[in-house]
Structure formats: C-alpha cells, structure tokens
Design a protein around this ligand. Structure first.
Ligand SMILES: [Zn+2]
Length: 212
C-alpha cells in the first residue's frame, strides 16, 4: 500500500520522496535523507576489527531508525534501499583490495529470502570502486540459528566451522561485505576460514556497526 502511495506521490510531486530513515516526506536529496536525519545520524568512528581481520570500516553507528531500515531491507524485500545503504560502505586505498566477498547466507536461507542482502551491497560497491565480486570463495556449509538470539559465547560455538573457503583465495587481499557488524563473530569466522585457505589479508567493510 505504501508503495502505491509513494508512486502516486511521485507522479504529483516528482521532487518529493520519503526519507530512508524516518520515512517522512521530504525534498529529494543525493543521500536520500531529510535534513533532520542528516543532522542526527551518527557516523561510526574507526571501529576495532574483530579477531582475524586486518581492518574494518563501517559508515554508520547503529540506531533504532537504522534497525527499521535493515529490517525492511532484509526481510521485506525493500531492495531499493541498496544504493542508500551502500553509500556508507568504504574501502580504503591502502587495503589494495583485489576481491569483494559478500558474507554468504546458507543456500536454504537465501532460497527463502530470495536474495542475499550483502551481495546486493557488493554489486553497488563493485560498480563504484571497480573491484570484482568473487562469491565462490566462501560457502556456508551448514545453516546456523540466528545470531541475534544468542550470547557471545553461543555465537562463537554456533559458527564454529560453518564456513569453508576455496583455494582461489590464496595470496589475495579480500574484503568481506556485510550490512551490520554486532559482535563481529560472523566476520571473524569468515576471516579464519579464508586465512586457513591461504588468504593474504582479510578486511571487512560494512554499512553500520553497533557500539562495541
Ligand atoms: Zn528523515
């Protein structure tokens, strides 16, 4: 229903759109935000990389408003959020990134969700920064219960050995792409699997991180 309303609005007032964060109507802007959200949105200041990673960037500090955005992006097929969210992913030059690797979902979860949100973000970053995506470097070998229902120790146990890396990652500088970093245990497990298979450097670039 919202989409029909948006479509009609865009026909009568083509320069107005809804702010990605608060969902209020506002003048269209390059970053997709209204003035108020732009002022109050918190940028993340160089978060510490989780174990096994050589570096981490995240553009935004996680907030209630963002949690709604990620919910729609991941669970409600609002894939039109991709450019808005991906603009906050940054890959520093000094990483000498050779490949982007979206954090894989188990195939069963991807089948039900119909898409991997990290892959959508990677496509945008790949086109913007000219770095190829190599999805086949890592597979999730078994489905794992949702991390957010677990504490940190359980998270680590839940993910142990859940990823397997391909030999093609040997000697490469790889950047994992994900939407949100919370404890970092998923990224950590991915990095461990990649390093075990011989990856030279493993970094992660994300849209947002929680305060850790
Ligand atoms: Zn707003």
């Amino acid at each position: 229903m919202d989409r029909i309303k948006d479509l009609l609005l865009s026909l009568v007032a083509p320069n107005n759109h809804r702010c990605y964060l608060c969902d209020q109507e506002c003048p269209a802007s390059e970053d997709g935000l209204c003035e108020n959200c732009r002022q109050t949105m918190k940028l993340a200041i160089s978060p510490a990389p989780p174990a096994g990673l050589d570096g981490l960037t995240a553009g935004l500090q996680y907030s209630d408003a963002l949690s709604t955005v990620f919910y729609r992006f991941k669970k409600k097929e609002r894939t039109d959020y991709t450019p808005f969210l991906a603009q906050f992913i940054s890959i520093p030059q000094e990483w000498h990134a050779e490949m982007l690797l979206p954090v894989p979902l188990h195939w069963l979860r991807e089948y039900y969700r119909t898409y991997n949100q990290s892959y959508l973000l990677s496509q945008y970053v790949s086109a913007r920064d000219g770095i190829p995506i190599c999805r086949d470097l890592l597979v999730r070998t078994r489905p794992t219960p949702q991390q957010k229902l677990l504490n940190e120790k359980q998270r680590r146990r839940n993910l142990k050995g859940a990823f397997q890396a391909a030999p093609e990652c040997k000697g490469r500088s790889i950047v994992l792409i994900d939407d949100v970093v919370t404890t970092g245990s998923t990224l950590s497990e991915c990095a461990k699997a990649l390093k075990k298979a011989g990856a030279h450097r493993v970094y992660a670039a994300c849209v947002a991180c929680t305060e850790r």
